[in-house]
Ligand binder design. Structure first.
Ligand SMILES: NC(=O)c1ccc[n+]([C@@H]2O[C@H](COP(=O)([O-])OP(=O)(O)OC[C@H]3O[C@@H](n4cnc5c(N)ncnc54)[C@H](O)[C@@H]3O)[C@@H](O)[C@H]2O)c1
Length: 421
């Protein structure tokens, strides 16, 4: 098939590269010329394990990068993979989805052929049918352009594995031919493919993320209770998660969830529910518990090191999770902001995300190793579950005082304490 992918970010580039690996011809289209130049040169503009090999194998053969929408014209499918960040009022910002829809429509003006326009971006129910379809069709001046919704469930850091081994493929389509066209892009992937209505597909994505976020906030709340009475929440959740009705996943208590999806998607679902006259109490609590965990981390630090002004504090891990350079809504952000506000001297280290965090906090000190960050530090906060942190041991001897607090359970170093364990 000929496939165009609009947006060469974490979702679009991984999707495009994986689909091209499957033998389809893919054009990824992005308005950022630096990203396009990097992809053309075979260099991923993001850190994602295995992506460089995929680009090197396929760029110039079955994978092409461009800023030009022209190739949409002869495509069979066009995936919209642009960002849908959170607006200040909590709604999903659909401006990039709107712009992409109009650009697709314009290029299809006067063209005999019509690709299926597939929304992969996470969008509120109703967006594909009430926003994307009319914008594409109005800009094209025609009413025969089919639209579908195909939400993405990949996890950054494991995105390529997730693409080839998904738990399910969800395709929202009111038309069987359109469903078949989208499903054929995934031919060869061994996973159940389910067909739903378009708004149900949109809702499945929000509800999946909201449920996972709820499990995390629930575990954190239980962790906070357990810590008060000296019970290890990880022992508790291990026993709880062995119940097959519950599953062991997403029960890791800690400093809370971050990233470009859970916080914004739960917030967008809350705002969407509010607009319908519903009061989503559980979802609101999920966000509140999550925000409190970062505050708890700082409170715990201050209880162990009452005076932090002018003290060197090592922050290990800046990405919102391991194996990515993505710092969007990382829990390290409110923690570093709190430390800076209190006058601490932050020495930060992340294996791949120093540069991304430097755009948010240009004035803190970035270190090239954990040992450098820990040298002379009065305290250490671990914010990301990078596996390499589990091997840190003698590096803690470099600290001035051994206050070591984990927001993720990753250290094997014994003399440490967790935010809620
Ligand atoms: N990142 C994830 O783990 C993940 C997982 C599942 C779903 N999603 C959803 O997928 C969507 C994309 O997320 P992402 O993390 O890949 O975003 P991203 O910000 O990494 O990438 C979006 C890309 O779109 C480009 N873009 C924006 N407007 C454009 C336009 N009009 N024309 C061409 N290019 C344009 C940007 O330059 C950027 O490179 C979001 O809706 C997100 O919620 C993300």
């Amino acid at each position: 098939m000929k496939i165009a992918v609009i947006g060469a970010g974490y979702v679009g580039l991984v999707t495009g590269a994986c689909i091209s690996e499957m033998g389809h011809t893919v054009h990824v289209i992005d308005c950022d010329p630096d990203k396009i130049a990097a992809i053309k040169a075979g260099n991923p503009p993001i850190y994602e394990k295995g992506l460089d090999e995929l680009l090197q194998r396929n760029v110039g053969r079955s994978l092409f990068a461009t800023s030009d929408y022209d190739t949409v014209r002869d495509s069979d499918l066009v995936f919209i993979c642009v960002g849908t960040p959170c607006r200040d009022d909590g709604c999903a910002d659909l401006s990039m989805v709107r712009a992409a829809s109009q650009s697709i429509g314009k290029i299809l003006t006067g063209c005999n052929h019509a690709p299926v326009v597939v929304v992969k971006s996470t969008v509120p129910p109703g967006t594909t049918e009430c926003v994307v379809r009319p914008l594409v069709q109005d800009a094209a001046g025609r009413s025969d352009i089919p639209c579908a919704m195909n939400p993405e469930f990949l996890r950054e850091g494991r995105a390529i594995r997730d693409f080839f081994h998904p738990d399910r493929i969800v395709i929202g389509s009111s038309d069987i031919a359109c469903f078949d066209a989208v499903a054929s892009a995934y031919q060869g992937i061994d996973a159940p493919v389910i067909r739903t209505s378009v708004p149900a597909a949109e809702m499945i994505k929000y509800v999946s993320n909201a449920f996972l976020a709820t499990k995390i906030s629930f575990s954190n709340e239980i962790g906070n209770i357990c810590k008060r009475i000296g019970i290890d929440v990880y022992e508790v959740m291990k026993g709880v998660g062995m119940d097959t009705r519950i599953s062991p996943h997403f029960l890791d208590a800690g400093v809370g969830f971050g990233g470009s999806c859970f916080p914004k998607d739960v917030t967008a679902l809350i705002t969407f529910a509010d607009s319908l006259g519903e009061d989503p109490l559980i979802l609101k609590a999920v966000i509140k518990v999550n925000e409190n965990q970062a505050v708890r981390m700082l409170t715990l630090l201050k209880s162990r090191l009452p005076m932090i002004r002018g003290k060197k504090i090592a922050v290990l891990g800046l990405a919102f999770k391991d194996n990515t350079d993505d710092v969007r809504d990382s829990r390290a952000i409110p923690v570093i902001a709190g430390l800076v506000k209190e006058g601490a001297l932050v020495a930060a280290f992340d294996p791949v995300a120093n540069a991304a965090m430097a755009k948010i906090f240009p004035d803190i000190c970035y270190c090239s190793s954990a040992a450098e960050a820990l040298t002379g530090a009065e305290a250490c906060l671990v914010m990301t579950e990078w596996p390499e942190f589990s091997r840190l041991e003698k590096e803690f001897d470099l600290m001035n005082s051994r206050v070591v607090i984990e927001g993720r359970r990753i250290l094997s170093y014994r003399d440490r304490e967790g935010v809620c364990w």
